[in-house]
Design a protein around this ligand. Structure first.
Ligand SMILES: C[S@@+](CC[C@H](N)C(=O)[O-])C[C@H]1O[C@@H](n2cnc3c(N)ncnc32)[C@H](O)[C@@H]1O
Length: 204
């Protein structure tokens, strides 16, 4: 974990912003094809974030040496974006075919983003909310991806997730149980905004 100071919006080089724009456009194209070819026939939990809002949140928080993790990285757009913005960026996704798409996209954009096929739930984690309803919703179960990443959850400074409605409490619990002490959790809400939490509290 690093305690670096954010460097700010103005310092993002225009060439990086152009690359991120092209990446987001390509991500949208991939999503439209995925929606038509895969989601047409059966449910799949992948729906893409509002990339420009996530970009704004990452730009505001970027600082040298920070490690970023995306939970459920799908086609990898956000993890690659984080890498282009200077984070050491990693993604975990349980759909191995999407992980291949993400790796190919990273190659295309000259990104060093790293991806693991597996679950972002650490081995042994169990969701036990107070009301007793520990269903995971659309969150898939499977072998944990952290071993392949080479980092446990506590190593990351920023963790980003886009939960379906009702799944946020589990993500907060996961951070409480396994997250780094000063880590931030970025949650993409179902209405499109990105909220930043530290120690379970919403940051202004
Ligand atoms: C709502 S989509 C968000 C995609 C991307 N993070 C974004 O913000 O654009 C959730 C993604 O999480 C993946 N996922 C669900 N459960 C998972 C798990 N336990 N481990 C890893 N990925 C998971 C799904 O396959 C899907 O790609």
């Amino acid at each position: 974990m690093s305690s670096s100071v954010p460097v700010g919006v103005a310092e993002v080089h225009p060439s990086v912003l152009e690359k991120i724009y092209a990446l987001s456009e390509e991500g949208q194209d991939i999503w439209h094809r995925f929606d038509a070819e895969v989601r047409q026939d059966h449910f799949h939990p992948f729906v893409p974030a509002d990339y420009s809002r996530v970009q704004a949140a990452l730009v505001a928080l970027r600082a040298p040496g920070l490690k970023f993790l995306e939970w459920g990285s799908a086609t990898g757009v956000i993890t690659i974006m984080a890498d282009l913005l200077g984070f050491e960026a990693y993604g975990i996704e349980c759909d191995a075919q999407l992980v291949e798409v993400a790796r190919e996209l990273a190659r295309k954009f000259g990104s060093n983003a790293r991806f693991a096929a597996g679950s972002f739930l650490p081995t042994g984690y169990a969701w036990r909310p107070r009301d007793g309803d520990g269903r995971l919703g659309t969150i898939g179960e499977g072998s944990s991806g952290y071993l392949e990443l080479g980092h446990p959850l506590e190593d990351f400074d920023l963790v980003y997730g886009y939960p379906w409605g009702g799944e946020e409490p589990m993500m907060h619990d996961l951070m409480r149980c396994y997250g780094g002490r000063a880590a931030r959790l970025l949650i993409h809400g179902t209405s499109g905004g990105v909220q930043v939490y530290r120690d379970g509290r919403l940051e202004p």
